[in-house]
Design a protein around this ligand. Structure first.
Ligand SMILES: Cc1cc2nc3c(=O)[nH]c(=O)nc-3n(C[C@H](O)[C@H](O)[C@H](O)COP(=O)(O)OP(=O)(O)OC[C@H]3O[C@@H](n4cnc5c(N)ncnc54)[C@H](O)[C@@H]3O)c2cc1C
Length: 465
């Protein structure tokens, strides 16, 4: 075990390099404390733009800058790579692990911002066939599957298989699902048109499935309806009031509003529904008696601390307070609030700290190029005006990470032109899954005595070269 103890000043450990953790760490830059940021990834991740990495608009580096780079000039900050596996609130120690061993980080104050993962509503077996959209790994995997589906469709031996490969199912009609479906439709109907000699990409079917009756249910009904009209316009088929009950390598099964089951042969399924808080929430709940909600988020006090532990703050997607939504601004403002409280307590020990007050700056979702919906208080916008605001907000954010120029260039290429400059997928991403599928079919055929051992072709070899 490595003890990670850098000095005798007040030690603040921060778990997570996402929106909440990074905001907390950065807000402590001018405070006389020693900050140790522990994260299982070496980057910060701008999750709202993951769908653009998955669909070839942006590169992963543009939305996931290295945390060390971001904190390079912050002299009181240390970055530790590792997955936190335990937190001992009595001893005030965090245990994080890598393949090389365990690191112990003692703290005086702790900010926990480990976010949330994908929930498959009790069906974790769906994950293999329907990747979620939470990490850079997810986005790159999906990029390989989406572009790979078009490649494989051109090579398909018959029309049925081609139709299957050209059917994309997106589960979940919140902002992520809507954005994903919209981008795949743009790929099929605009970007890739003419790129294949034996495939008309416009025959692709993009299905957006949700149990709710409307897309974007968190927006005003007029904006949900506008988004639905725009989605239909660009070629997305909506399956609302429908639940996905099964996903396999070759098909997705839905139960519609009338209770009837429908099986859709599909080559690519994307899961954009449901979140589940980091398991660290349960670990903290067990030690403090704080309750967990249905999504596994831990209840915090008005000042974002845990019962009996005024030195432990939980912020962002893994905390539950006043039904605040799991959005970036809640995490950023929570991280800043935790940092301000730590500073107040250091300046005036025993002084009361202010409760957390969330300032809702509004929400927005893009549907296709030049089309978005945005809601800021009573102001509701749709179409190009909303899209312009979306662009401005995202550019302003990316400034902080020095990635603005590259993003502007790639957005210009994609939105004004027709191209996607970040389409690279690895052999493994395109063919690895197919190879496994073929190998599986071969094993089954061999069991039926239809194939002799050793008959498998090249494609059945998972890519190793
Ligand atoms: C695809 C997608 C699109 C979204 N779009 C929007 C949007 O348009 N607008 C909006 O406001 N919000 C959006 N959100 C939500 C927003 O991204 C989250 O609310 C926000 O990221 C929450 O911040 P956080 O700090 O709580 O968690 P995260 O940003 O998820 O960060 C969690 C951090 O903890 C680390 N971590 C997790 N477990 C451990 C562990 N055991 N040990 C060490 N480190 C750990 C992770 O590596 C990560 O660095 C979107 C989310 C997704 C997934």
């Amino acid at each position: 075990m490595v003890a990670n103890n850098h000095g005798s000043t007040h030690r603040v450990a921060v778990i997570g390099s996402g929106f909440g953790g990074l905001a907390a760490a950065r807000s402590l830059a001018r405070v006389e404390v020693e900050v140790t940021l522990i994260s299982r990834t070496s980057h910060h991740l701008f999750q709202p733009l993951l769908y653009q990495v998955a669909t070839g608009v942006l590169s992963e580096g543009e939305i996931a800058p290295s945390t060390r780079d971001v904190l390079r000039r912050q002299r009181n900050a240390h970055v530790v790579l590792g997955k936190v596996v335990d937190i001992d609130l009595a001893r005030r120690q965090v245990y994080s692990r890598t393949v090389l061993g365990t690191t112990v980080t003692p703290y005086d104050s702790l900010v926990v911002a480990a976010g949330a993962g994908q929930s498959y509503f009790g069906n974790p077996q769906f994950a293999e066939f329907a990747p979620g959209m939470k990490t850079i790994d997810d986005a790159l995997e999906l990029r390989g599957r989406i572009f790979g589906a078009f490649e494989l469709a051109e090579l398909a031996p018959d029309e049925r298989e081609r139709e299957r490969l050209m059917t994309f199912v997106v589960v979940g009609a919140g902002p992520t699902g809507v954005e994903m479906a919209g981008q795949i439709a743009e790929l099929a109907h605009r970007t890739l048109v003419g790129a294949f000699r034996d495939l008309d990409t416009r025959t692709a079917r993009i299905l957006l499935v949700d149990g709710a009756e409307h897309v974007l249910p968190m927006f005003a009904p007029s904006l949900s309806l506008a988004a639905e009209a725009q989605l239909r316009d660009i070629g997305v088929t909506l399956h609302l009031g429908s639940r996905v009950v099964d996903v396999s390598a070759r098909q997705v099964t839905l139960v519609g509003p009338d209770g009837a089951a429908e099986t859709l042969p599909s080559g690519t399924c994307i899961w954009a529904a449901g979140v589940e808080a980091s398991p660290l929430a349960r670990l903290l709940a067990e030690q403090t008696g704080a309750s967990l909600d249905r999504a596994g988020r831990i209840a915090v006090g008005a000042d974002l601390t845990l019962p009996g532990h005024p030195e432990v703050y939980v912020v962002g997607d893994m905390m539950s307070l006043d039904a605040l939504p799991g959005v970036a601004q809640v995490a950023i403002q929570g991280g800043r609030h935790a940092a301000a409280s730590i500073r107040t307590r250091l300046d005036a020990p025993g002084a009361p700290v202010a409760p957390f007050r969330y300032r809702n700056k509004g929400s927005m979702a893009t549907i296709s190029r030049f089309h978005a919906v945005a809601e800021m208080g009573r102001v509701r916008l749709r179409g190009p005006a909303a899209w312009g605001i979306w662009l401005g907000v995202h550019l302003a954010y990316l400034v902080g990470f020095g990635n603005r120029a590259a993003a502007v260039f790639h957005w210009t290429v994609s939105f004004l032109g027709r191209r996607r400059s970040q389409r690279t997928s690895s052999y493994q991403q395109v063919f690895g899954r197919l190879a496994l599928e073929l190998a599986g079919r071969e094993v089954a055929a061999r069991a039926r005595g239809e194939v002799a051992a050793g008959d498998a072709g090249d494609d059945a070899q998972p890519a190793a070269s």
